[in-house]
Design a protein around this ligand. Structure first.
Ligand code: AMP
Length: 400
């Protein structure tokens, strides 16, 4: 079965065409700057080569039409006709309380998604644009939604409720939802496979450290707590997001700077985190380079970043009454040996010890803990597209 996986963002569309029988990626790439000057489609060829095709891509539908054209094109095509695409799997950021798993997209699902958009105004409307575009470009081809939030629907109320008036929950569904669920679910299943462990017997803390970042406490296969909340702003310090921040500081800033909703949302989402602290960049490689060159704010940023993750690991071990496996994933978790080391350096007391030699690994699955470490420390590159393709295949197969 050939599944087209789409991740439609506000100005970008990532795609991957996955062959579930051969278990291989046939094509992948990204459309960038949708609706802006200088839009283009970049194809990542299997040989590592990149092809950039510049075009006027005014909206998501035109962008996806461009992708479909490239998939069957003489120069870059990988299939003969579009009828070889059997299904489409969409990454959808927010499923609210309505979806605790992936779903076949039909009209009633779209209606719920449209309602859920107010919970994720930066993400869900773009995901929906991808769905509408596919409905008109490939009518009759089944579509599936895979949610970032779904995996966390197992969290107990004591973990997902905020200390705010209860009516705000009943009226507006303000609660913690968590994100990166597809990634946490994937690395959990890979961790079980790597350790030959029964998912129902292990307690795992998964650290997805990328531009966005979150920690997940997974007890016997269920997400029981996670660091992102109502929005992806809560929790860890991220590339440009604050992470945990006193709500009193937010209202204070709003008063002092005389700013309202939009400006404060931009502040906490786009100008804070590592970018805001270091003044260097939101990109961890550039921050590490600056710190190595002696930049004090870059060093402070790295210390703060690691310290916040360390605290969450401690908290989630307490939440689960122990931990058997600590997983690192995401661009930083997979690649930065020094960040993994910094996070684990204070966790000896919990039986977490990293082997410096094994920890030199970059971007591939590995157990980097010492032989004597009570807790296994694993590096696992995430693959959210694979999960989306597999979920889509499963749901489509069950329809027949
Ligand atoms: P992601 O959002 O998962 O693509 O992760 C992006 C983040 O991973 C950026 O902050 C990158 O700087 C970081 N990253 C990627 N490669 C490395 C590396 N070799 N060392 C440190 N950070 C890296």
């Amino acid at each position: 079965m050939n599944i087209l996986v789409l991740n439609s963002g506000s100005s970008s569309i990532k795609y991957e065409l996955f062959d579930t029988i051969g278990n291989r990626v046939l094509a992948k790439g990204i459309v960038e700057k949708v609706g802006m000057k200088g839009s283009f489609l970049k194809i990542d060829k299997p040989n590592g080569e990149n092809v950039k095709l510049v075009g006027e891509i005014l909206d998501h539908k035109i962008g996806i039409e461009y992708v479909l054209g490239v998939l069957v094109s003489a120069n870059h095509g990988v299939i003969q006709t579009l009828s070889e695409i059997n299904a489409v799997g969409h990454r959808v950021v927010h499923g609210g309380e309505d979806f605790s798993g992936s779903v076949y997209i039909e009209d009633k699902v779209i209606k719920v998604l449209e309602k859920t958009s107010e919970l994720a105004p930066l993400h869900n409307p773009a995901n929906l644009k991808g769905i509408y575009a596919m409905q008109s470009l490939l009518p009759g081809v089944p579509q599936v939604a895979v949610f970032d939030t779904a995996f966390h629907q197992t969290m107990p109320a004591k973990a997902y409720m905020y200390g705010i008036p209860y009516t705000l929950y009943t009226k507006y569904k303000i609660r913690r939802y968590g994100f990166h669920g597809t990634s946490h679910r994937y690395v959990f299943s890979r961790a079980c496979a790597m350790l030959n462990a029964d998912p129902k017997t292990i307690k795992v803390i998964s650290c997805h450290l990328g531009n966005g970042a979150s920690v997940d406490a997974i007890k016997y296969g269920d997400s029981v707590d996670t660091s992102m909340g109502f929005t992806p702003v809560e929790g860890l310090i991220m590339g440009t997001r604050t992470g945990d921040l006193d709500a009193g500081a937010v209202t204070f800033i709003m008063g002092k700077e005389e700013i309202t909703y939009d400006a404060v949302s931009t502040l906490v989402n786009k100008f804070s985190g590592m970018l805001g602290i270091t003044g260097v960049s939101s990109d961890m490689r550039e921050i590490e380079n600056a710190a190595n060159a002696g930049n004090e704010r870059a060093k402070l940023g790295l210390d703060m970043y690691a310290y916040r993750v360390t605290k969450y690991v401690g908290a989630y071990a307490a939440a689960m009454g122990g931990v058997d496996v600590l997983v690192f994933t995401g661009g930083i978790g997979e690649n930065s040996a020094s960040m993994r080391q910094a996070i684990c350096s204070e966790l000896d007391f919990m039986g977490i010890t990293v082997d410096n030699e094994k920890n030199k690994v970059r971007g591939k699955e590995a157990d980097v803990s010492t032989d004597g470490s009570k807790v296994r420390v694993l590096v696992i590159p995430t693959d959210e597209e694979l999960v989306i393709a597999k979920d889509t295949e499963m749901i489509i197969s069950n329809l027949k």
